[in-house]
Design a protein around this ligand. Structure first.
Ligand code: 13P
Length: 271
């Protein structure tokens, strides 16, 4: 599908509603130590990594990672509100996320969409706010099993992607986006998409990104610089096969990101 590929893989851990600040600090420290340690055979240039801890740990983990030189480390929130401030009890603003020392945010995760009923429109508004604030926004998309079984995978993913980037009217804003394809039926189920199934969707997402760049006055080829992560039961033993696919540029990892050895094992899968 792609003609060139200079994309550095990104292995990102979505810790979801797990870890106290102390537990998160221990987990991140073990991972950073693993990357620094020559004896695990880890090449620092192999991948970027990301931590998406609970909001209560964000500043703590961002502080821990700020001085790390072993590889690029993104630290981000798992969600934020589209408005800049106001009467939104329990919510976080982009300014608060940035003030934690964080440089990124996950938006549109399937748990936000399906448990908390976030709509495409709300997620699009959050994407716009996040990118305008200077955050790297990770837009999560993915179909439910009944949507896949009905043959609607691409329709769902295209709709979520289109709505997610709609408010980003400049090509330079689109460049701040990372897409994560996470089939809902593969999240936390132990059932991973096959590398072929994942590649098919990733390739189609990249096609759509090309059209989106063109629409914003940029070259179609700008799509080659966008990272598209796969998420859904990624483990050390399936990572390398998934990551070897042309349009799979990393992983968004849930369960296996809570164990340093597993997370490092997935990083090793970057080749
Ligand atoms: P699991 O890796 O636990 O399937 O979770 C994936 C996910 O939701 C990452 O955002």
């Amino acid at each position: 599908m792609t003609t060139s590929n200079n994309r550095i893989p990104l292995i990102a851990g979505n810790w979801k509603m797990n870890t106290t600040p102390e537990e998160g600090h221990a987990l991140a420290t073990a991972i950073l130590d693993g990357i620094s340690a020559k004896d695990v055979g880890f090449s620092a240039s192999r991948c970027d990594i990301g931590f998406y801890p609970p909001a209560t740990s964000l500043a703590f983990i961002a502080g821990l990672c700020a001085e790390f030189e072993g590889c690029k480390v993104y630290v981000g929130a798992q969600n934020m509100h589209a408005e800049e401030s106001g009467a939104f009890t329990g919510e976080l603003s982009s300014a608060m996320v940035l003030a934690c020392g964080s440089d990124s945010v996950l938006l549109g995760h399937s748990e936000r969409r399906h448990i908390f009923n976030e709509t495409d429109t709300e997620i699009g508004a959050k994407m716009k706010t996040a990118v305008e604030a200077g955050l790297t926004a990770v837009l999560c998309v993915g179909e439910k099993i009944e949507e896949r079984d009905a043959g609607n995978t691409m329709e769902v993913v295209n709709r979520q992607l289109e709505a997610g980037i709609e408010g980003l009217t400049e090509a330079a804003q689109l460049e701040k986006v990372i897409v994560a394809y996470e089939p809902v039926w593969a999240i936390g189920t132990g059932r991973t998409a096959t590398p072929e199934q994942a590649q098919e969707v990733h390739g189609a997402i990249r096609e759509q990104l090309g059209a989106a760049f063109e629409k914003r006055g940029a070259e179609v080829g700008a799509r080659e610089d966008i990272r598209i992560l796969y998420g859904g039961s990624v483990k050390p033993d399936n990572a390398s096969e998934l990551l070897s696919q042309t349009d799979i540029d990393g992983a968004l990892v849930g369960g296996a990101s809570l164990d340093a050895a597993s997370f490092l094992g997935i990083c090793e899968g970057c080749g």
